[in-house]
Write a protein that binds this ligand. Structure first.
Ligand code: GCB
Length: 611
């Protein structure tokens, strides 16, 4: 009955919308976050979608720039009796693969920035008393979705997953979904106009349909208590759950379970003791099956349990000091190129990190795919996860803050149950202004409120006084761990300039050197004073490693970067060819000399505090 009512409402909305074009935009609900969306039974919508490139967005806007009631989202088919032309046809249009950025699928799209239309048919048999969500792993940057011509949602932010309710829009039998994805860069976006990576557009991660019961678990948090290492605590939120209804959390392998009741806000907080829990660590990345039950809904995930905290200038994993032997990683697909999304991409990238001797990766500069986080959980690689607050945003614009907050909420909401993630990074290399500091402090407080179980960091810029590098950015106050980016030997000085560089750090907190590096073209050899040779990059690493060992509060490092990645800022012909060449490995998988320098330091433990 409820469903019928909802469908009738939807139908009238649709009629209204036809009469008042702008109505559609307002009728669509905001997308929601589903924790563990990839753990739910789903109907995949991956594969080939019809696609129409639309640089002027004429599929959505009329010649007087009003939102159309009969845009491409209607997926209209021309009929012989028509008295007007239909100037598009998804059936005849070129195809694009989903998941996948469009830039690396067709040569003519490599540089394309603008709106792109996608269409896919599907058949479905809705079940009564269910909600149906269109799940989108990521769509860069702004995206709009319609099902059977009805607007179902709009979303902003290119690197987080979201879910649009389509319960009333989908009907029994044949259906179609249309998406418009627009990767135009804007000054008030997060990230903004300038980045040092390729602005890959499109439905870059998986798309599926997820059916859940009327009352369903949308978000949950299950983690080991920092205070008491034998207590698992957290909460489950049930959308549409009746106050007082019961939720069960179970770890069958440990014969441990608990029941908790949902409060007025739909949330059931729990904590329970477990015996014999083996903690997750890089040496032993033990994962347990965790089952959550709430009425008709249930979800099952493999989770690790560990604690992460700081003591003075140390980072403690499971109560013991740990040195983070890391490397920074972009979500760029090895060999194939383009945006990474698959298990295979994740396993190749993290496999290289492990071969280097890493126990840690900085996943720069935006939230990476769930596949990457699951692989890190399995492989025992700790993760720095990052909000795309990169360089100089409009820090005094409240709308920009709201966008950054939304992306942070989605990042934490989606990935908070990954043991691998130990750090939430708020930002990278932002200018030192009051507006910036307030902006990022607001984000840091929000992240702490959302997830008090992890550490907050950001990659800061440093200033210099003679041979002394000074880390005193006021933002440091808001952080648990200070991230520091520096490029001695590349953007400033020579590799050996590191030898007489000293560090003055204003905070009594752990420090991670979150970036250093140098560019080298794989296969280009020469002497170590020649820029772009593998020898030069290796020399920068050697001098850097010695210098880093002199920073007493150093708790970790993630040199820039694991693999060469595409960037439009890097046009040097014959060397860069639009790739940032600071990789330890080329995009074709060729290891450069610096890879082996770092590998040796990590394997011999000649870098970092003894653990
Ligand atoms: C940085 C940025 C990173 C760049 C890198 C570079 O400081 O954080 O995004 O790609 O330098 O190669 O210049």
């Amino acid at each position: 009955m409820k469903i019928l009512l909802r469908r009738t409402i939807a139908c009238s909305l649709f009629i209204l919308a036809a009469a008042f074009p702008r109505y559609l935009a307002h009728a669509a609900a905001a997308p929601i976050v589903l924790t563990g969306a990839d753990r739910r039974p789903a109907m995949s919508l991956d594969g080939e979608w019809g696609s129409i490139i639309d640089p002027y967005f004429s599929g959505l806007f009329s010649f007087h720039h009003q939102e159309k009631a009969n845009g491409f989202f209607l997926n209209r088919k021309a009929r012989p009796e028509d008295t007007f032309p239909t100037e598009y046809d998804f059936d005849k249009a070129a195809k694009l693969r989903v998941p996948g950025d469009w830039n690396t699928q067709r040569e003519d799209l490599l540089y394309y920035e603008g709106p792109m239309w996608y269409e896919r048919d599907f058949s479905y048999q809705p079940k009564p008393h269910t909600h149906l969500f269109l799940h989108i792993g990521a769509a860069n940057y702004r995206s709009y979705f319609w099902v059977n011509g009805q607007k179902v949602c709009e979303h902003e932010g290119g690197y987080t997953s979201f879910n649009c309710e389509v319960t009333v829009a989908v009907h029994a039998g044949a259906n179609f979904v249309v998406a418009a994805v627009d990767n135009t860069r804007h000054e008030d976006n997060v990230p903004t106009l300038e980045t040092d990576w390729w602005n890959y557009g499109g439905l870059t991660r998986e798309v599926s349909l997820i059916e859940v019961p009327e009352a369903f678990i949308d978000q949950y948090d299950v983690h080991l208590s920092r205070q008491e290492g034998t207590i698992i605590e957290g909460w489950v939120h049930v959308s549409g759950g009746q106050s007082g209804a019961s939720v069960t959390v179970e770890l069958p392998e440990l014969h441990a379970s608990t029941n908790a009741n949902i409060d007025e806000a739909g949330r059931a907080a729990f904590h329970f003791a477990v015996k014999g829990l083996e903690r997750w660590s890089p040496e032993s990345p033990r994962l347990y099956k965790v089952e959550l039950h709430a009425g008709d809904d249930s979800i099952e995930e493999m989770m690790g349990f560990r604690t992460i905290e700081t003591r003075g200038t140390q980072i403690l994993l499971n109560g013991k000091p740990i040195f983070l032997r890391g490397v920074a990683v972009h979500a760029e697909a090895p060999y194939r190129g383009g945006r990474a999304y698959s298990d295979k991409d994740a396993e190749t990238l993290l496999g290289w990190a492990r071969e280097l001797g890493c126990n840690y990766v900085r996943l720069a500069h935006y939230p990476h795919a769930e596949t990457m986080l699951r692989a890190a959980d399995r492989m025992g690689i700790m993760v720095w996860s990052e909000n795309p607050v990169y360089w100089a945003l409009q820090f005094d614009n409240p709308k920009v803050l709201a966008k950054a907050e939304q992306q942070l909420d989605e990042e934490i909401g989606t990935s908070r149950n990954h043991a691998a993630i130990i750090l939430w990074s708020m930002a990278n290399e932002t200018p030192n202004t009051d507006a910036r500091t307030n902006f990022i402090e607001t984000l840091a407080s929000r992240a702490r409120a959302l997830d008090p179980s992890r550490l907050i960091t950001a990659a800061l810029l440093v200033r210099a006084d003679g041979h002394t590098k000074i880390v005193d950015d006021p933002l440091g106050k808001a952080l648990d761990v200070i991230g520091v980016n520096e490029y001695i030997g590349w953007y400033e000085g020579r590799p050996e300039s590191a030898d007489n560089t000293n560090w003055s750090i204003a905070y009594d907190k752990p420090v991670i050197v979150s970036e250093f590096g140098a560019g080298a073209k794989a296969g280009l050899h020469g002497n170590e004073n020649e820029r772009w040779t593998e020898e030069y990059e290796a020399s920068v690493y050697r001098h850097q490693l010695q210098m880093l060992n002199r920073i007493t509060q150093l708790s970790g490092m993630s040199p820039w970067v694991l693999m060469d990645f595409r960037s439009p800022n890097r046009p040097l012909t014959g060397i860069q060819d639009e790739y940032n060449r600071k990789g330890l490995i080329s995009e074709k998988g060729e290891k450069k000399l610096a890879f082996y320098v770092l590998q040796k330091a990590y394997k011999d433990r000649t870098i970092g505090k003894p653990q």
